[in-house]
Each structure stands twice: as C-alpha cells, then as structure tokens.
Write a protein that binds this ligand. Sequence first.
Ligand code: MN
Length: 709
Amino acid sequence: MMRQMQLVERVLSYDPKAREDLINKAYVFAVRAHGSQKRASGDPYFSHPVEVAGILTDYRLDTETIVTALLHDTIEDTLATPEQIEREFGPHVAQLVDGVTKLSKMELKSDETQQAENFRKLLLAMSDDIRVLVVKLADRLHNMRTIKYLKPEKARRIALETREIYAPLAERVGMNDIKEELLDLSFQVLDAKAWSSIDQRLEMLRAQAGNLVVRMQLALQETVRGTGLIAEISGREKRHFSIWRKLQAKRITFEQLADVYAFRIIVDNADACYRMLGAIHQRYPMVPDQFDDYISIPKRNGYQSLHTVVLGPEGVRTEIQIRSREMHERAEFGVAAHWHYKAGAKKGSQPDAEQERWLRELLEILHEASDFDEFLENSKLNMYADQVFCFSPKGRLIQLPAGATPVDFAYAVHTDLGDTCVGAKVNGRAAPLHTPLKNGDQIEVLTSSEQTPQAIWEDFVVTGKARSAIRRTTRLLVRAEHVELGRRLLDTTFQAARRRPTEKSMLSLLEPLRLEGLDDLYHGVGTGTISSRDVLGMLYPSERARRRSRAKPKTRVATDAVPVRGLTPGVGVNFATCCHPIPGDRIVGINDAGKGIHVHAIDCGNLELYQDVPERWLDAAWTGDAAASQNYVARIEAEIANRRGMLSRTTTVIAEQDGNIANIATSRRTDDFFRMVIDIEVRDVHHLADIIGALSGEPGMSRVERVRG
Ligand code: MN
C-alpha cells in the first residue's frame, strides 16, 4: 500500500502547487474513519481509498480529485457525514464525494444487461462533474484487481457490471488503458475457463520461446536506431481478453493466432510516426489487411495511432502501434487530460493547438451539442441534463424527460398503469403525483381499478405518451357524460309532451341530421348543439306547429289561468325569453302589438327599447298562486370544473332540488372548466335560490348565478 508521504510526493511531482495539507488531512481522515474495517482480502479497509488515489496520480489528477478518492467510501461505509466533509474539505470536495457515493449505490443486476445503455447514461447523468466518474472508474479498477477475494456470486455481478457499464464508460471518456484492464479482469471472472485456457497457452509459449518479448524489443531497437528518430519502445504480451476477442472475431485457434505480442513505439510527432512506419515496413514484411491509420482518421473518442502487423524479429508476427507522445497521452488520459493540461498551463506551458482541438472533440463527444467554453468553465457533464432515469420496484430502468412525474413514469411503464394510478411512492415514501422525479429515484405506482385518467394531470405531465392517453380518455369520458345528459334532456322533453317515440322513429332522425348514431344525437343535445325541442318537433310536426305559435309550450301561460294580474284575459301571454321572469321577480307587461303580451322582469335590459312608448307598458304582478300553478324557466350560468362526473353531478343536484333542466349549453370551454348556460324550470325565485345555493355548495362548481338573456 502506498504510504502517505509517497502519495503526496507523487502528486507534487506533476503538480507542484497541489494542496499538500488537504491531501494529508484527507489521508488521516480516511484512516481514522475506516478505523479497523477490513477488506475481503484481509487488508485494512483504508488501503482501498489510498490505492484508488494512487491510480489517479497516474493520470495526474488535481488535488480535489485525489482528496475525493481518499474520502470516497467514508459516507457510505463509516460514520462520517456529508456536513463533516464539507466543513473539513470545502463544498467542492463534498459535492464530488456525494457524487461518487450516489454512483456507488447504482447496481446493475445480471438480468438487466439489456438496459446497460440506459444505465451508462444514468451514471453519466449523475456525474455532473466528470471527476466523479473518473474517481468511480479508478475505484472500480481497484475493486476488480482485488475481486478474487469476493464470493463467486458477488464477484460475477460486479464483473458483469464492469464489462457492461464501466469498461464502456472508460472508453467513452477516452481512458483506454483502464478500459482494457477492466475488460480483462471481468473476463477472468465471467469466463474463467476461457481465461485459463488462454493463460495456459501463453505459459507454453513462454516456455518454448523464452523471453521473446525482450529479444524482439532489442531487435526492434536496432531498427529504430537506424532511423535516427528519438523513440521509446515498449513491448508486452497482449491481454488475455484481447487475445480471446481476436480468436472469437476471426474464428481461429490459438495456434493460428500469431500476434500475441504488441509493441508500442512513441515518437515526437505525426511526421515521425510515418517515417517510423516506413522504416519498420522496410525491415519487416507487413501482414496484409492489418494496417490501420488512426492518425489520418481518428476513432470516435479521438484516439490516434498507426496500427500495423508485421512478420517481426525471429519471424514472429507482432502488432506494432506507432504514435506521438501527445497521441499516447490522450489515449491513456482521456478526459482526465483536462486537469492534466490545466496543471500544465499553470506552469506556463500552454497546451498546443493540436491538444486543444483533440480535447475539444472528445468533450464534444461527451457533451454532444453543448457549448465547449461553458463546459470547460464549470466542467459539468450536462449531456443528460434534460433527462431523468428512474427505477421500477423490480429495478427496471426508465428514461424520462427532466421534470417527469410519477404519472409520466406510470405511463412509460404501461398505459394501464398510467390510467389506473392513484398515488405513488418515491423511494418508499408517499409522494404527490405531480412530484418531479430525480435521477435514481425508485417509483412504486399505486393503482385502483376504479381510477380513470384525470384531466387535471395534464397540467403537470411532460411526456407525450401520458398527455395523449389522458386526453384520449378524458375526451371519451366527457363525451359519455354529454351523451347521458342529452338522453335525459330528451326524456324530459318527451315526457312533458306526453310522447314516447320508438327507437325506430328516433333512428329516422339520423339521416336528416347527418349523424352516425343515436349517441351522436344525444351528444348533440347534451352539448346544446341540437335543441331537444327541435328533436320533438321533427318527430311530431304537430308539436312544432304548437311551438311555433308559442315560444315555449311548457312555460306558456294558459289563458284561462293567467298567474299575472293586470292583463286582459284571453290575450296571449308570454314570458320574455330575454329575462326569464319567475314568480317573485318584479315584472311588467309589454303589449307587443299583434304578438300578444310579453312579461319582462322590471330590470330587463330590453325594456329600454320601449322607453318611448309608455302606452304599451302594462302594470303586472304575480297572482298568489302563481308559483303553484305552473313552472317557469329561469336561466343560470355556472362555471364547472372540467372533471369527470361534474356534468352528471350538476344535473343530479338540480333534480334533487326538484328542478328540471329545460336546456343546457356550453358557452365556453377551456382545459380547466366549462361555462354552462342552464335553463331550469322552477316554481319561483325561492326555488331558484335553493338550486343556486345547492349548486354553489358543490366542489368544482363556481360562479353559479342567475343571468338575464
Ligand atoms: Mn470504493
């Protein structure tokens, strides 16, 4: 294990301005916090964070990252608190440690590998500072290096997660060496047989060939010397995993596989790369179809190098990679180079234009469409900031747009789940359906078979799927209500006329009205586009004739029982439809030359029309039994919440108060409410007041008032 002083010296070697005091403090903090805890290997626990910090010094990371590495397991595994860390190490380190802690809580289960892509996005979304991910990768690397101490089942889960999640993430952020080692270590766990068969072959090869890597390297050095170029050569056996991958991809046996060795030649610049390639190809025959020029066409994550396979020293096939120092560091450091170059800049050596271009490209891949300067400024990983990733109780990962709520989540899982949801638990706690979800939240949707989508949900859902499902069902429900209302209105109208039309005669109306079915007819009546009295008139033309002579047959005053005093018996009397007077209102009669007498309420606006003809005004008053003798139509207007059940509730309340709806129409409709105009048959103003009072007392009903005209 690396000692405190060694760690500090390594950081100071690449960053002389590193905060030595903070690193020392974090080292001591971690040792104290982890106390006597042990790793599965039997080592003291604190050796782990120290090793993780050590890995990160290879990438020349800054003080905050090294301190974060030392503290990364203290929140989860010790008594240390986030507040304590913030107090001791400041808000930046506290945030970084918090970020790593959150990532560590995310586990991929073995039956979820098909969700790996989403999982990777989740981890990136949660690493709002890329250093969080870099620490997590180093953490995982050290855990994989010591995985043999874990129980097989746990080791498998972690290895699978490493292969599916962390190795691709390491590649994504350009840390190729970490990626390769992670893949190799997980291969060893997940396919132990294959790993050991490769291992045995390598052993045999070593036994046969002796120290071949060293001999080949010496031979290559000779060739390189001849070029006069400054170069650094390193050689190695390929990793088990990469040998295995090649065997699989090419469907060949180990004996057929020749290039078990790989050499890397690092030179000054791109020009030297091509000159070196020329020298190698002149000395050793190249194997056809094995040459790749990633300098001219870099890989997506910015990787640059020349790759060739030659029949090398001692006639052994070998892969040779040739790249410049910069290209090499990019390939090794990936996104960590950002801090590396920042540290370099402090010392006065600006990153060159080439480095900057590469870094920009890499970060753009990470960050996609976002602005590079902004990225560098706050080094945030915002690429999934517009998304949120949540889990079902069974661990299924659901990707949603930012701002999504439990209702969106429910619809994303299944339409039925959305339609019937009545509540939700977020991380085990009851939460309102409009709660915006956060990354990593676990959502349990509570359902009821009684539930139907609520129009009000539309105010807070953000997914198209939820929105359209809610609209579709609420539209259907509202329609069903209008149909029911229309049916009732027609029944009332028919009963009043003592008519009972057959279904066949009703069906005969559809064609002239250009309707598809009876429900359309009821719907028309329910929404007020078709008058129930017109329907009556169409079925029974005699009713129409009666109606034509008397604006409202039912409310028409029989001449032999005029409830209004002061009028000449025998003269047709109508109650004005502009103001709908009812007993209790102060009234006046207007002699409407030839059309009989119209009774208006004294405050009816239309009376102004008669200002200049006082001779046509007739004093009038209700008789004492006016209320008992018949019903009068009064008009009210009400705002009714656009919720399921409200329309039928309205008609029920009116019926309970012994009122009868003569007509109903929607005067305005928004997402939130209907404004309805309802004509109600009532006895008098007291009866009307009772109805208005009852309606006003209903939840969802507002501004219920009598209107004139
Ligand atoms: Mn750890």
